[in-house]
Design a protein around this ligand. Structure first.
Ligand code: NBG
Length: 791
């Protein structure tokens, strides 16, 4: 499509969809008109893909995820249908700034972090590979909260409202609605049971087409919105009870109102359980309806249907599918269990025990009485089949969703090599012994379209100039860059692009935060959710120690650094919020110190999201991946940094292990204890105190915090953080501190050999092709789903 044709299409939508003429069009109108014009281009591959799948009666993948952290869609879709140049020209020609139009789109933040962003990368890869698939999730009215910082540096949360403007990408599907019940009673009826729910809501589908690279294929993301069965109580209204009249609607809508903002603790809240059942049950009904439109023999279900449970959130899919097959369709119970298991896969994303969901048996029985019975029967069946078993699903009055997922899945996967081994050895050791073939590894990946081509056009162009077209969906081809890295001209080009990205980021930081940063300094970046295991406090302690040493010894050859933090903490996670508070105040104090200003600046832009990540990662020199070994399941940010030519300072944790193997140990700054050593270390009760005594720098940094230096003289402000470090320090910040400090000094040293740094950075990019989510999805298709690509 030429720029002229696209211009016509935009004008048509401006007039007929937005009802505006160009002279009066706002930025929003222009963005909507462009969105709709691009959406039109996506419809064709979408229909083609759907028809081809129906014609071939292909097996489909159903990716059930409580979270899809999509970010913006417009720029990505424009790129995937190959219209970036035309769109820019058309929009400019109509008198609008193209970047401003793209920036007008709110982020779809329907997720917390890693797991949700992974789901979004998977959608892109499934479409790129022509894997017939549906994403199923919840259409939250309010995504992840908006973060700001109060004048004192504390996190403030406000509601996010991405749906306040109309969402140009979606199609409402009132015909695809299902009644989803809760509570009530169960009556025996012959061999099965009849569940009569006490209350119910309607799940209504909203479809978003997800187009793959070069527009060859598009899949559907189907999100469910909750609605009341009966919108409005007219009798109550007529009585003058206006609140009562709207009550049914308010109640039902609550279910899809907000995303739970905590990714690491299971909330155990009734509403959360209802959300999980709501979207899982609606998706399963939709899946069975589609199956029934093509086949009548339910025993063939698993040859046509692969359902992936993204973490335990959709774990109720097991019992619900059994119920649909057994109670509602008359299949024998054991056959129903076998059939369901043959369809289901489960991905584990964390070993943190507190994140593995457990529901009180009483709550489960109250909200889902029939499911509780089915769970007990599954549990009993498993116990009978494996008399030696030591674990059960229902234990101590709780339903353990991890065990339920494991038992109801034919494959269970971890998300990095190390994580998968730890899954086998720790959380599911008992079940793994009984089912030794069930656990497989699928190391995470990221989509190179969004995270390289879209986010870093300069580097993408250099890659194309060097190795030609076609690497975007064959990312392993990046290794072809390696010979060029020996060439000074290539390295200069690579360094110049990084520099341009840093200048752009510096300008943004100045505009947004009023802080001047030097683009020639090293940009040292830690962006991710705030959690103690990710150890942002290790980073800030090192920052304090560094500041002290620079002051004491200004001419010791320090590499100038800009430390950049980004990320949100769950609203109820007190310690994580104190760490945020501390970082902001350390930034305030350090940035005010004129004597160190040229060497050290700390910036923490609020409201980190996908769009901010796209801005920060291409401008980064150093990627902080410093979690306590054994705690980060994989990480995916780590892959994005490496792909964009940042060097990693990191522990042997999650996918860092594989990154280091691939990019080469000499191009990676390793520090810290291994997962085994961490376990050993914890056996010494005073490991933290010992580490503090042994390290004058660490001691100095902690004491400086305790002196009130970052809290206007108040000594108590950060007692929570410092006392925890001194006495407990479960995440072994203190024990790893010196090793981290040393690694940072190796980083300083390397920074001064700039050409060598550039060579290492370029090697990181050239050797990171394996981390494409296309590779990951091919693994799922072959090892778990048994689905063939359609293109
Ligand atoms: C996260 C892990 C990350 C991992 C992503 C995607 C959750 C619950 N877990 O290490 O912490 O990269 O999942 O697998 O979001």
């Amino acid at each position: 499509m030429s720029a002229t044709e696209l211009r016509e299409a935009i004008l048509k939508h401006l007039e007929y969809s937005q009802g505006k003429d160009l002279a009066h069009a706002s930025l929003y109108d222009m963005r909507m008109a462009l969105t709709l014009a691009i959406r039109d281009k996506v419809i064709e591959p979408w229909f083609r893909a759907t028809r081809a799948t129906y014609a071939a009666q292909s097996k489909r993948v159903y990716y059930l995820s409580m979270e899809f952290l999509i970010g913006r869609l417009l720029e990505d879709a424009i790129m995937n249908v190959g219209l970036t140049d035309s769109a820019r020209e058309a929009v400019l020609g109509l008198g609008f700034d193209f970047e401003a139009v793209l920036n007008d789109e709110p982020d779809a933040a329907l997720g917390n972090g890693g797991l949700g962003r992974l789901a979004a990368c998977f959608l892109d890869s499934m479409s790129t590979l022509g894997c017939p698939a549906y994403g199923y999730g919840i259409r939250y009215e309010h995504g992840l909260f908006r973060q700001s910082f109060g004048p004192d540096g504390r996190q403030i949360e406000t509601a996010e409202d991405w749906l306040r403007q109309s969402h140009g990408w979606e199609f409402e599907r009132p015909e695809a609605s299902f009644r989803i019940g809760f509570g009530g009673t169960v009556a025996e009826s012959g061999r099965s049971a009849v569940w009569t729910p006490e209350s119910a809501v309607m799940a209504k589908a909203y479809d978003t087409p997800i187009v793959g690279w070069q527009g060859k294929w598009a899949n559907t993301l189907r999100l469910w919105g909750a609605e009341p069965l009966r919108a409005f109580d007219l009798n109550a209204f007529n009585r003058g009870d206006f609140t009562g009249a709207a009550a049914p609607e308010a109640l039902a809508r609550t279910i899809s109102r907000v995303l739970y903002p905590d990714d690491t603790t299971a909330q155990g809240k009734e509403l959360r359980l209802k959300q999980e059942f709501f979207f899982t049950a609606a998706s399963l009904r939709d899946i069975l309806r589609r199956f029934a439109s093509e086949h009548s023999d339910l025993s063939a279900l698993s040859s046509r249907v692969a359902i992936q449970m993204n973490d335990t959130h959709p774990a109720i899919a097991g019992p619900e599918l059994v119920r649909l097959l057994h109670d509602e369709r008359g299949m024998a119970f054991d056959t129903a269990v076998e059939t369901a298991r043959a369809c289901l896969g489960y991905t584990n994303h964390t070993l943190m025990p507190e994140a593995l969901e457990r529901w009180p048996e009483t709550l489960m029985a109250q909200v889902l009485p029939r499911h509780m019975q089915i769970i007990e029967r599954i549990d009993a069946g498993h116990a009978k089949q494996y008399p030696s078993r030591t674990v059960s699903i229902v234990e101590n009055g709780e339903v353990k969703m991890g065990e339920l997922s494991f038992i109801m899945a034919n494959k269970v996967n971890g998300v990095s090599a190390l994580h998968t081994e730890l899954v086998k050895d720790t959380v599911f050791a008992d079940l793994h012994a009984l089912h030794p073939d069930r656990i497989v590894n699928e190391t995470n990946g990221v989509t190179p379209r969004r995270w390289l081509k879209g986010a870093n056009p300069g580097l993408a162009n250099l890659i194309t100039d060097t190795i030609g077209e076609g690497w975007e969906d064959h990312l392993e081809r990046l290794t072809e860059l390696e010979p060029a890295i020996a060439d000074q001209v290539f390295r200069d080009g690579f360094a110049a692009i990084k520099n341009e990205n840093k200048v752009a980021l510096s300008n943004w930081i100045r505009k947004e935060m009023g802080i001047a940063v030097n683009p020639d300094a090293m940009f040292d970046v830690q962006i991710k959710r705030f959690h103690e295991y990710k150890r942002q406090h290790l980073n800030i302690l090192e920052t304090i120690a560094l500041w002290q040493e620079i002051r004491a010894n200004p001419d010791a050859g320090w590499a100038p650094r800009v430390k950049i933090f980004g990320g949100k903490a769950a609203p109820g996670y007190v310690m994580a919020k104190e760490i945020i508070h501390l970082i902001n105040n350390v930034a305030r104090v350090i940035n005010a110190d004129k004597t160190t200003r040229d060497l050290l600046t700390v910036v923490y832009p609020p409201n980190y999201n996908v769009t901010m990540a796209e801005r920060l990662i291409p401008a980064s020199d150093l990627s902080e991946q410093i979690s306590t070994a054994g705690k980060e399941a994989s990480g995916t940010g780590n892959m994005k940094f490496s792909l964009n030519g940042a060097l990693t300072i990191g522990t042997l944790d999650g996918a860092n292990v594989e990154i280091r193997e691939l990019v080469g140990a000499e191009n990676f700054f390793l520090f810290g204890m291994t997962a085994d050593e961490v376990v050993e270390c914890r056996k010494t009760p005073d490991h933290a105190a010992r580490a503090i005594t042994a390290s004058a720098r660490l001691k100095g940094a902690i004491e400086l915090i305790e002196s009130g230096a970052f809290s206007h003289g108040d000594k108590a402000t950060y007692r929570g953080v410092t006392q925890n470090l001194r006495t407990h320090d479960y995440f072994t910040v203190c024990a790893d501190f010196d090793s981290y400090w040393d690694a940072q000094r190796r980083v300083d040293h390397a920074w001064f050999q700039r050409d060598d740094w550039t060579r290492m950075a370029a090697l990181n990019a050239a050797r990171s092709g394996w981390f494409s989510s296309d590779r990951t999805i091919k693994g799922y298709m072959a090892d778990i789903w048994n689905v063939a690509p359609m293109i």
